[in-house]
Design a protein around this ligand. Structure first.
Ligand code: ADP
Length: 312
């Protein structure tokens, strides 16, 4: 009998996003974070008999409540999002200069999500235990303490030994790490402990200094990864591992408005096909098509109403 992949957890940090307009004007509030973006697009791509949960920590403040409401509106489960009694979510502001160039300012060093997996008696992974597949990223790893990160890797070993599947995306953000060597060590360990790998060429080159995409692929496969996708922007993805299937053609998107969340939505589309038992070729195309729809719109999350009427 084939494996069930009906219950999927996406684990990480979601932040409050403030989009600032002209000086003195009102700011628009949104909610985003790499693994939350993936959870939302994954949910949109799956039938109702699958469950997608976001696993994280927020606060007990009014904005945390709104964030939880937003996540629930998307049909993503919130039962495993803990509410910290004193901390609040991280926040970032997007400002746009006269030339249209965007800048990001962050307040996230002490966010509620930094307490992910911390229980009264040490690291606690009970929230993840009931899922068939757990997806996380290097941003998830970066917000954990060294001790929690080591404990998480230990939990992953036991979870996989018990039949659970792990999907990982390296989303390398240098400012979240103490130094590059620490990031490198953690990300390499994560590649060695995953069932589905979603590296992107740019992140891997920035972190490991590979010569090109082919070198990234060789290194990732050398860790033992044999399933997933190497994301290469408009070039289209390459499969990880050797698969006896014909690959589809990946067309460049004809409309690119904003590439924010291209990688996150790619993984959402890929996992939606994978969880329904499709081939790797179909999963790659599903990811590619999902990302192409997202980059045709501004922002990480295309509003649900727009998504549902945008019939590509
Ligand atoms: P990341 O955001 O993780 O760096 P990429 O920029 O590689 O990821 O984009 C992820 C995926 O989105 C790509 O593998 C591709 O499928 C799709 N994508 C990105 N840019 C384009 C584009 N211009 N045309 C078509 N697809 C694109």
């Amino acid at each position: 009998m084939s494996k069930s992949r009906r219950r999927i957890a996406c684990v990480g940090e979601a932040m409050i996003e403030l989009s600032l307009g002209a000086e003195g004007g009102a700011a628009r509030v949104g909610y985003a974070g790499d693994t939350l973006n993936t959870a939302i697009y994954l949910r949109r791509g799956l039938p109702g008999d699958h469950a997608v949960d976001f696993v994280s920590v927020v606060g007990c403040d009014p904005l945390s409540d709104r964030m939880l409401g937003f996540i629930a509106t998307e049909g993503v489960g919130t039962a495993h999002i803990r509410q910290h009694e004193s901390r609040v979510p991280g926040l970032y502001a997007i400002t746009t200069d006269a030339a249209g160039e965007r800048s990001f300012t962050y307040w996230r060093d002490n966010s509620a999500a930094r307490t992910l997996f911390s229980g009264d008696g040490g690291a606690d992974f009970a929230a993840l235990q009931t899922f068939d597949l757990v997806y996380y990223s290097a941003i998830t790893l970066a917000i954990l303490s060294d001790t929690a990160r080591t404990a998480f890797f230990g939990w992953i070993d036991a979870y996989r030994a018990g039949g659970g599947e792990i999907a990982f995306d390296s989303n390398y953000r240098p400012r979240l790490w103490k130094d590059r060597a620490t990031a490198r060590e953690a990300v390499e360990t994560a590649w060695r402990k995953c069932d589905l790998a979603f590296p992107s060429v740019d992140d891997e080159i920035a972190l490991f200094g590979d010569f090109d995409g082919a070198a990234v692929l060789r290194r990732i496969e050398g860790y033992g990864c044999d399933f997933g996708a190497l994301k290469r922007g408009g070039e289209g993805p390459l499969p990880i591992g050797v698969h006896p299937v014909e690959l589809p053609l990946f067309r460049r998107a004809d409309k690119v408005v904003d590439t924010t969340a291209a990688g996150d939505s790619f993984v959402g589309g890929f996992l939606a096909a994978y969880a329904q038992g499709r081939t790797i070729g179909e999963a790659l195309l599903s990811g590619h098509n999902c990302a192409a729809r997202v980059i045709a719109h501004p922002g990480a999350i295309v509003p649900l109403a727009v998504w549902n009427t945008d019939n590509r």
